[in-house]
Design a protein around this ligand. Structure first.
Ligand SMILES: Nc1ncnc2c1ncn2[C@@H]1O[C@H](COP(=O)(O)OP(=O)(O)OP(=O)(O)O)[C@@H](O)[C@H]1O
Ligand SMILES: [Mg+2]
Length: 238
């Protein structure tokens, strides 16, 4: 793929900036269009990217959706709200000294979003904290932080930890506009997917749809190339 991280010759899981016809780029274009359609008349300003369990692809979905929206001309902030296992600084090769948890501290610098090499896309990395992330997210400051980030972008994407493992995504999500659930084929169980949908519904969060990650050639029936396996979106909201 044409988009690479700083490490030489390492294939990237981020969609290509140069090749608009690559399967990953096209898949995220479809997801972006879906978001546009479901938000007509009521623009989505903040979207939670969540999934039931670990290693299901939340972080690369969040990153690629951010890239895709930025390439469509939006001013995007991608927030790494997975303070337990932050990843976005690695994907975008950014320093991670200060990040999302810094915004909850006194005298926080609200200009913490870092530029990436994609015009229009900035990243607030996961940073580091000694405080339990679920305590941070359930504090009253969260609403202020969310609002202040939203005021600096057209759309904000939040990467989060797994829903069935820790409460962070649900706690944060209950304060955001909507959620996309990531399911990884061969990894996510039906029961966990159902449980995740129920937990989001209990928190009254609008579910925009499910992104099926890692659709292989066998199941998808199209030719998949590059290091990024394909994505698809099912269900146009509930
Ligand atoms: N569609 C895909 N194509 C290629 N590699 C993928 C795909 N989806 C996930 N991976 C790989 O699987 C691993 C987990 O992906 P990712 O970090 O996005 O998942 P996560 O749900 O955020 O995991 P964690 O629970 O660690 O936060 C990464 O090494 C990623 O590169
Ligand atoms: Mg992750």
């Amino acid at each position: 793929m044409a988009y690479t991280n700083s490490s030489k010759n390492k294939p990237s899981v981020l969609i290509s900036c140069q090749d608009p016809k690559s399967p990953g780029t096209e898949a995220f274009g479809i997801i972006r269009t879906h978001l546009h359609l479901v938000s007509e008349g009521n623009p989505l300003r903040s979207i939670l990217i969540c999934s039931p369990g670990p290693r299901e692809g939340r972080s690369i979905v969040a990153a690629n959706l951010g890239i895709s929206l930025a390439r469509a001309g939006k001013n995007v902030i991608l927030v790494d709200a997975d303070m337990r296992r932050p990843t976005q600084h690695v994907l975008f090769s950014l320093p991670n000294k200060n990040g999302f948890p810094t915004l909850f501290t006194e005298n926080a610098d609200l200009d913490i979003a870092q530029k990436t090499r994609i015009p229009g896309l900035r990243v607030i990395t996961g940073g580091s904290t000694q405080t339990n992330p679920s305590d941070i997210l359930s504090s009253d400051t969260t609403i202020t932080v969310i609002k202040s980030i939203a005021s600096q972008a057209d759309i904000v994407i939040y990467d989060t930890p797994p829903v069935t493992v820790v409460p962070d995504a649900i706690t944060l999500g209950s304060r955001l506009d909507a959620a996309l659930i990531v399911i990884r084929l061969g990894v996510t169980s039906r029961d966990d997917a159902k449980r995740t949908k129920e937990l989001l519904e209990l928190s009254r969060l609008r579910i925009l749809g499910m992104i099926i990650n890692d659709i292989q050639e066998k199941t998808y029936g199209s030719s998949i190339t590059g290091s990024l396996n394909s994505f698809g979106i099912v269900s146009t909201g509930y």
